[in-house]
Design a protein around this ligand. Structure first.
Ligand code: ZN
Ligand code: ZN
Length: 395
């Protein structure tokens, strides 16, 4: 009994029972078929003998609860769509193999001389080249945690400051509901691939070497779909869309990655769902900037305002505030309006940081020029003595 047999043979079909059949139904079906095809009742009929052997082989597996469970599991991986999905998923970013198949072949592969010991698992590893973030859970045959999903959302500046709840539409690959992942039109079944005979691998000779590679006809699935499922075009997978309402807290920042536990892809075989990671981008505002929970604003003032001082009325995020610019304020000075920044849910608030930018007029009126010249005459030159030594050296 090799794993290849298990992948290839449909024991349920052999016994003519549903996959959901009870062990009693299986037993009954087997007894009936075994009786009909028994060599004693069909002397000299090789077809009946073949049939009898096939029925016995099928019952040896399906009649044993443990073997039947293993068989079902393997079939669900390879015979039907899961393998299809796995092979497809391997090429996707962050996809990788949903299962590590090597464990399934643990005992069976050794007996399969066709692939010589561990060769079988190696071949499958190469199909599942993605590797991916399966983690230790994916190495077991038990429940497998669903994959994490990454998505990106662009928030308006105001929404990021105030917080916002947005519907997030996620598109992720999922099992086709119409064919349950096997890719076959409802009422039909995938059939064993005629090229690789269900192994999913083909052997090619090149010079003195021969090497195996995934079958090109079935893409390593081992089965082919003659009548394709209209929903998924035979791939077994569809892009599923779901919408989540995601709450972005006040103060969410550009570049922040929000984790929503359990909102990723559903798990396999009862495993927990993966997580959803939302990468946040924030559109810039034409007035305010952000520095953590502080909002920033640059305000131009005249030289006279900087020298003489003034009261400055500036907008805040949701109002206005008057700031005192003291006489003799240098250009670049930052004034702080406390609590006028991002207000967190717990009440903590950032500040509004106002940077003063002293403007130099490009042109001035004659009167202003005269006044400035008078000002210059009464003002000592700027202190530049610290430059003199260096200037003397360069001549
Ligand atoms: Zn094939
Ligand atoms: Zn389908």
């Amino acid at each position: 009994m090799s794993s290849k047999d298990w992948i290839e043979k449909d024991y349920y079909a052999t016994l003519g029972v549903q996959k959901s059949a009870s062990s009693d139904e299986i037993k009954k079906a087997y007894r009936k078929l075994a009786r009909e095809s028994h060599p004693d009742h069909n002397p000299g009929d090789p077809k009946a003998e073949e049939r009898f052997k096939a029925v016995s082989e099928a019952y040896a597996v399906l009649g044993d609860d443990v073997k039947r469970r293993e068989y079902d599991e393997m079939r669900s991986l390879f015979g039907s769509g899961a393998f299809r999905r796995g092979a497809r998923g391997a090429g996707q970013p962050g996809g990788g193999a949903p299962f590590d198949v090597s464990d399934l072949f643990g005992g069976a592969a050794g007996g399969d001389t066709r692939f010589g010991g561990g060769g079988f698992t190696d071949l499958f590893s190469s199909i599942f080249s993605g590797g991916g973030p399966g983690g230790p859970a994916a190495r077991t045959r038990g429940p497998v945690r669903g994959r994490d999903i990454e998505t990106e959302v662009v928030l308006d500046f105001d929404d990021a400051v105030r917080g916002v709840t947005l519907p997030l539409t996620l598109r992720a690959p999922g099992l086709c509901d119409t064919c349950h992942g096997d890719g076959a039109k409802p009422g039909t079944r995938p059939t064993v691939c005629p090229i690789c005979q269900g192994t999913g691998m083909t052997t090619r000779d090149q010079g003195s070497f021969s090497f195996s590679e995934p079958c090109r006809v079935c893409q390593g699935v081992g089965t082919v779909v003659e009548e394709k499922c209209p929903e998924c075009q035979g791939t077994g997978g569809v892009t599923k869309t779901r919408t989540l309402n995601v709450r972005f807290p006040a103060g969410v920042a550009d570049g922040q990655r929000i984790r929503l536990a359990g909102r990723g892809e559903p798990g396999e075989r009862g495993g927990p769902a993966g997580d959803l990671f939302v990468q946040v981008k924030v559109r810039p505002d034409d007035l305010f900037g952000r520095s953590g929970d502080d909002l920033t604003l640059t305000v131009p003032i005249t030289f006279a305002e900087a020298v003489l001082g003034t009261n400055l009325r500036v907008p805040t995020f949701d109002g206005a505030v008057t700031l005192r610019v003291p006489p003799g304020t240098p250009s670049g000075r930052v004034l702080r309006a406390r609590g006028k920044g991002v207000v967190r849910r717990d009440g903590r608030a950032g500040d509004l940081l106002v940077t003063l930018d002293v403007l130099v007029p490009a042109t001035v009126s004659d009167e202003a020029r005269a006044a400035l010249e008078s000002f210059a005459a009464q003002t000592p030159p700027a202190a530049r003595e610290h430059l003199d030594a260096r200037l003397r050296r360069v001549g």
